[in-house]
Ligand binder design. Structure first.
Ligand SMILES: [Mn+2]
Length: 161
């Protein structure tokens, strides 16, 4: 959690501290079988949606400026950001002015996902089992911190984005 903790002053933000980092291997299996995901709508200096996947004892995280696609074939830019602690999966609140990511955070969608393919730093394919995100998705690493998030299959989303 080095980068996560370095960016934040936990006396000034309501966000959860990162603590000691990911749990050791073997202690990271999600209790219910499927790992969890969350999408947080973040009204920071620029509105974006943060997609976080529970993986390897941490939350792998991407900022998606236009939000996750809900229609098959639609691709959205997703900028990978620092891993967030598992406790962040329930975070909602106001990050005060002057702090990293200042603005309002609310949960836009949450649920579980089924991992289909994981090629580290290259591609992650999964089926989302959320309220808004449902069905097949793929994250493809393009360059530096840039990935593409594409909806590949499954139920069309409720708001048609
Ligand atoms: Mn954010």
């Amino acid at each position: 959690m080095g980068e996560y903790d370095r960016k934040r002053d936990f006396t000034r933000t309501p966000e959860p501290p990162g603590g000691k980092g990911p749990a050791p291997a073997g202690e990271t299996e999600p209790a219910g079988g499927f790992p969890r995901f969350v999408v947080q709508e973040h009204h920071a200096s620029h509105l974006h949606w943060d997609l976080r996947l529970e993986m390897d004892g941490t939350l792998k995280s991407w900022a998606v400026p236009k939000g996750p696609p809900l229609v098959k074939g639609v691709r959205r830019l997703a900028m990978q950001v620092e891993d967030h602690p598992l406790d962040y999966i329930d975070f909602e609140g106001i990050i005060p002015e002057g702090n990293y990511g200042a603005g309002t955070v609310s949960i836009w969608d949450k649920g579980h996902y089924a991992l289909a393919v994981n090629k580290p730093d290259k591609m992650i394919e999964f089926a989302a089992l959320g309220q808004k995100m449902q069905g097949g998705y793929v994250l493809v690493h393009t360059r530096e911190n840039q990935w593409l998030l594409m909806k590949t299959a499954g139920g069309e989303g409720k708001d048609g984005r």
